[in-house]
Design a protein around this ligand. Structure first.
Ligand code: AMP
Ligand code: GLY
Length: 417
């Protein structure tokens, strides 16, 4: 089969490496991919948001199957466009991708179907939001309704900070139209767990759980990033909690989307917080997480292509998905300065035989050069989490590029759990 993957980060690299293991897959194209992905797929210079060009490329090159990985093209309707030209696709259509594309939609969905989440109010008017904040419990959480490159969530410790957040999102429009509406919600506490799931709208199979490390610096200090590392499975996510999540969150969400006429097919991602009052949904994503995918897929025993084909035929069964018993750790190596200003263009030297997922790099005269904030993720698997973490940091030592930065404590919180 000729397969194409839309996107060009570490997540897409992990998906491509896993698809390559399948006997069913003969050729893989990445749109646009990146300099590191070029080792494992044919990169085509079409951007992930160029929906018309993506559909055109698929038709002209007789692509048998397409995987749309990032949030933007999913929310913009890439799957609908590919289906229109007769290409089988993994990922939700536009109507279902709204579960990530609009936080107002997802919060109202949870309220309507009694799915546990933080208490909230939605505002389309800044004045009303300021009024509400006069008496709202503090700390409070302000969220832009639409996509905001993972930066649309502000945890305000004071009323002033909360009002500043409303001002910048709703009046200064720092996230553009994504800030036309905002959600103000209750501040929750507890360990966070990411659970990705495969679903065809009829069956939902959770993948192995994971833990992201969003802050830039050790001990969860510094700015929020796209994710500086991950481990799987997440030790806080016990079998007992998994059962509660399945019964009160996962299945009810799948069924709620069906009832709304927005049946979800693809990878549905549950961002959960394990509060004293039980697990609650912090966010839904309509796609694989990044860098969660870089620890989850290396632990997948089953053939990923097979699972994706079954999902697109609406024939997914529990038994189709199997994970290994071991653990995985991924350490993200970034350009020093990320998520703010950083220099790039430095040559990357790395081993070829390792699970290294390249996120921000370009090929120039045969050399791989850094070209982004998050440059790559180094994943290792092992029977125990401690071994996986140690191995990942050993491998990190064999990778080098100028201006490299990484956290030294990925997985330490999980080890203490
Ligand atoms: P999101 O972009 O929705 O993943 O949110 C980013 C991060 O903000 C989450 O991973 C949480 O750590 C935090 N967060 C979001 N909503 C809440 C909440 N209601 N209470 C506490 N922390 C939150
Ligand atoms: N790692 C969080 C996300 O993919 O949204």
């Amino acid at each position: 089969m000729k397969v194409m993957v839309v996107g060009g980060g570490g997540r897409e690299h992990a998906i491509i490496k896993k698809l390559k293991e399948s006997e069913k897959v003969s050729e893989i194209y990445a749109l646009p991919g990146n300099g590191g992905i070029a080792n494992d797929a044919i990169c085509v210079p079409i951007g992930a948001k160029e929906i018309d060009k993506i559909a055109e490329f698929a038709t002209e090159n007789k692509i048998d199957f397409a995987v749309v990985a990032p949030d933007d093209p999913l929310v913009l309707g890439a799957v609908d466009a590919l289906n229109e030209v007769g290409v089988k696709t993994f990922g939700p259509n536009k109507a279902a991708a709204i579960i990530e594309g609009s936080k107002a939609f997802s919060k109202n969905l949870m309220k309507k179907y009694n799915i546990p989440t933080a208490e909230f109010e939605i505002f389309d008017d800044a004045k009303k939001a300021y009024e509400y904040l006069e008496t709202a419990p503090i700390p409070t959480v302000i969220k832009a309704d639409g996509l905001a490159l993972g930066k649309g969530v502000i945890i305000a410790q004071t009323r002033e900070e909360a009002k500043d957040a409303v001002r910048s999102i709703m009046e200064d429009k720092v996230f553009g139209a994504s800030g036309n509406n905002i959600v103000i919600e209750e501040f929750l506490t507890g360990p966070e767990v990411s659970v990705l799931s495969f679903t065809d709208g009829k069956t939902l199979v959770p993948m192995v759980s994971s833990m992201d490390h969003k802050r830039a610096k050790d001990n969860d200090e510094g700015l929020n990033t796209g994710g500086m590392g991950t481990i799987a499975p997440n030790p806080y996510y016990t079998d007992e909690i998994a059962k509660v999540c399945m019964d009160t969150i996962f299945i009810p969400t799948m069924e709620a989307m069906n009832k709304e006429g927005r049946s979800f097919s693809g990878c549905l991602y549950f961002g959960l917080m394990l509060t004293e009052k039980g697990p609650k949904v912090i966010e839904y994503n309509c796609r694989f997480g990044d860098p969660e995918t870089q620890v989850v897929l290396p632990l997948l025993k089953s053939d990923l292509m097979d699972i994706m084909l079954k999902i697109s035929d609406k024939e997914l069964k529990e038994s189709d998905v199997e994970f290994m018993d071991g653990c995985a750790a991924c350490v993200v190596m970034a350009s020093n300065g990320y998520p703010e200003k950083y220099d790039s263009g430095f040559e990357i030297i790395m081993p070829k035989d390792k699970n290294i997922y390249v996120a921000g790099a370009k090929l120039e005269d045969g050399k791989l050069l850094t070209a982004g904030g998050r440059v790559l993720g180094v994943t290792e698997t092992a029977p125990t989490l401690k071994e996986a973490i140690d191995k990942a940091y050993e491998t990190v030592k064999t990778v080098s590029f100028d201006n490299a930065y990484y956290r030294n404590d990925i997985g330490q919180r999980a080890l203490r759990a």
